[in-house]
Design a protein around this ligand. Structure first.
Ligand code: SAM
Ligand code: SF4
Ligand code: SF4
Length: 345
């Protein structure tokens, strides 16, 4: 019997889609948007909610069951709960989540939850307001903390916190972030600093590897056990447990990437479909949508494209000697689709 699941050349299914709803952001994290000026996607190119929901329907028919809304900062997109509601109505989407920097979360958490957003990840790299000001050019650390509290009050009891760990910036806060997560009943995911487009100041010596993070945390907490069952799953984080039961994850995308199990692709706010975070080119779905392609025609395009997928960008980066920033600034300016904040994290 033929396999009903759509698979790429490495046998990886198309299971999850990250949708960037805007390329704009109200923060300027040094690892993502360190420059003074950016080239934005033209406003008329941004997909409407109806266009996004239609594409979700087509992806859903091909096996996508996990959707994560991201950006840029997704909460800058006006009326986001309306989009959440449209997507949540599709019974094939069993996991609907969002990643946010939290600045606007206090205002929107309850409405998002009511609209059907099941899971939330808030990015929190530091517990020190002054560090956030230097590193992300934002004075609003208090708003992030208020957003986390509001999310808990709105009913998000499986909250996750993303912390990109950078040597010399926040690598002395691993334990503090874990303690904060424990106190707020949120699970921390430490992320290795990645050399994605946008990270124009990236260098290997700033990367704190998964191994080093575990060594440091073992020094503080004693034995750390891996949580079995997560290896080989398409989820990028490996999870661990401290002796007191506190769990956390590490996303080792730089030193131990998980491409072999990657079932993710990404849709930019202007409808460009990328099969890998590192892919040089994407497929323009907006042009097809707006020139009258039927759902069947769109599905055929997605199917053919996925079946030819051979991307393993982060693994290929491992082989690069003298590894530095992925793109020079001029290349990012020439095509903003190369930026992490356009592609969605
Ligand atoms: N603005 C939202 C936020 O920050 O949560 C959503 C978009 S952001 C691009 C998604 C995730 O990508 C964030 O958790 C961020 O920390 C992560 N990220 C951005 N640049 C990164 C880099 N160079 N290395 C590792 N993670 C990165
Ligand atoms: Fe920071 Fe997210 Fe904005 Fe990038 S998109 S600058 S990670 S808040
Ligand atoms: Fe997937 Fe590409 Fe990331 Fe590898 S680098 S895990 S293939 S998105």
């Amino acid at each position: 019997m033929s396999d009903p699941v759509l698979r790429d050349t490495f046998g990886r299914p198309l299971g999850s889609l990250r949708i960037s709803v805007t390329d704009r952001c109200n923060m300027r994290c040094r690892y993502c948007m360190p420059e003074d000026e950016y080239v934005w996607l033209p406003r008329e190119s941004i997909l409407t909610f109806e266009e996004i929901a239609r594409l979700v329907g087509v992806f859903g028919g091909l096996g996508v069951h996990k959707i994560r809304l991201t950006g840029g900062e997704p909460l800058l997109r006006h009326d986001l709960p309306t989009l959440v509601d449209l997507i949540a109505r599709d019974a094939r989407i069993t996991d609907l989540a969002m990643t946010t920097n939290g600045l606007l979360l206090a205002k929107h958490a309850a409405a998002l939850h009511r609209a059907g957003l099941k899971r939330l990840t808030v990015s929190l790299d530091t517990l020190r307001a002054a560090r956030m000001l230097t590193f992300a050019k934002s004075e609003r650390h208090g708003d992030v903390l208020a957003g986390i509290a509001a999310a808990r009050a709105a009913g998000y009891d499986r909250l996750k916190l993303n912390s990109v760990v950078i040597r010399g910036f926040n690598d002395d806060e691993l334990a503090d972030l874990l303690e904060f997560g424990r106190a707020n009943r949120a699970e921390v995911r430490f992320i290795e600093y990645m050399d994605v487009g946008g990270a124009t100041r990236w260098s290997m010596d700033q990367v704190v590897s998964q191994r080093e993070m575990l060594e440091r945390l073992t020094g503080r907490y004693g034995r750390i056990e891996p949580i079995e069952g997560d290896q080989g799953s398409p989820a990028p984080a490996e999870r661990f447990r401290l002796a007191d039961g506190t769990t956390f994850g590490i996303i080792a995308s730089t030193t131990a990437p998980f491409c072999r199990a990657c079932d993710r692709s990404r849709l930019t706010a202007d409808g460009t479909w990328f099969l890998c975070l590192y892919a040089a080119h994407g497929v323009d779905l907006r042009e097809r949508l707006r020139s009258g392609a039927s759902d069947d025609q769109l599905a055929a395009l997605l199917r053919d494209t996925w079946q030819q997928r051979a991307d393993r960008g982060a693994e290929e980066r491992l082989a690069v000697r003298a590894r530095g920033a992925l793109y020079p600034i001029a290349a990012l300016r020439a095509d903003p689709h190369r930026e992490m904040h356009t592609r969605g994290g």
